[in-house]
Ligand binder design. Structure first.
Ligand code: COA
Length: 260
């Protein structure tokens, strides 16, 4: 039986997407990127799914990067295309309007770190390691790392990591703000599923508008960003979830958000 490079499981409104090439530390070859894009789009299109967890198979690695064996022979055009394919798959994830949580269970290097950064939230196992080691291969991060890392950890930390290729452990990643939580490895998926359950219980349209407002707003000046926020605040006021959430508070009961 052919092994699937990416697994998709759906339970209790949460999709769990697992990159599944543990023998290659879940390195992303072309087929795996295609399978990942398919799994994410299927989770995105499924109205039952309200939150996605992205993780790697096995105890050792989230994703150890793009598959280096597919890089060596690239020329200038092929290199740019290679970069674009990964960028587009990761941008699709970032643009999703359901929270995507990376559960980083080991190495998140190069494309693996870039994949985690394209997710909206990241939690890490204590044994996780992060880095952009591309410079050690004579290349640069090409799946968004040169752009997302400085946005997440600041120019100084980002340049240090990208120019040295150094790996950092989960505690340091937490200190830099690259992950929001570090948990013992054995508890990672339990914690990820608990957090995903909380995210899935929230008002889905409001979650989408928060993602839109934050991602659009951070790219512009504060006055334009506040206009963007006010626009989405207006839109959310048109939703049934807004009526339900405010009514539930006033009636002292739990809200039941239907995403309408
Ligand atoms: N691309 C292709 N294959 C990879 C890979 C990658 N990015 N990362 C790991 N692998 C493969 C190894 O070649 C090895 O395959 P093999 O058993 O057929 O030889 C297998 O995964 C296990 O990796 P190995 O290097 O033996 O494990 P390790 O525990 O000694 O080292 C790492 C782990 C992560 C430090 C090391 O694999 C590594 O440096 N990987 C590359 C990281 C990288 O540069 N990523 C950015 C790529 S652009």
């Amino acid at each position: 039986m052919e092994t699937q490079n990416v697994l998709l499981e759906i339970k209790d409104r949460v999709a769990i997407v697992t990159v599944n090439r543990p023998e290659k530390l879940n390195a992303l070859n072309g087929d795996t990127i295609t399978a990942l894009a398919d799994a994410m789009s299927s989770a995105n299109d499924n109205p039952e799914v309200r939150c996605v967890i992205l993780t790697g198979a096995g105890p050792k690695s989230f994703v150890a990067g793009a598959d280096i064996s597919e890089i060596q022979t690239l020329n200038i055009e092929e290199g740019a295309k290679f970069s674009r394919i990964g960028q587009q798959a990761f941008r699709y994830i970032e643009n999703m309007r359901k929270p995507v949580l990376a559960a980083v269970n080991g190495f998140a290097l190069g494309g693996g770190c870039e994949l985690a950064m394209a997710c909206h939230l990241r939690i890490a196992a204590e044994n996780a390691k992060f880095g952009l080691p591309e410079i050690n291969l004579g290349i640069i991060p090409g799946y968004g790392g040169t752009q997302r890392l400085p946005r997440l950890v600041g120019l100084s930390n980002a340049l240090h990591l990208a120019l040295t290729g150094d790996m950092i452990d989960a505690e340091n990643a937490h200190r830099l703000g690259l992950v929001s939580e570090v948990v013992p490895a054995a508890e990672l998926m339990e914690r990820a599923e608990k957090l995903a359950g909380i995210l899935a219980s929230k008002a889905p349209l409001a979650a989408g508008f928060i993602l839109d407002a934050v991602y659009e707003g951070v790219q512009t000046d504060i006055d334009s960003a506040l206009d963007i926020e006010a626009g989405y605040f207006g839109k959310v006021c048109e939703t049934e979830d807004m009526k339900e959430g405010t009514a539930a508070f006033l009636e002292k009961r739990k809200p039941n958000f239907e995403g309408k």
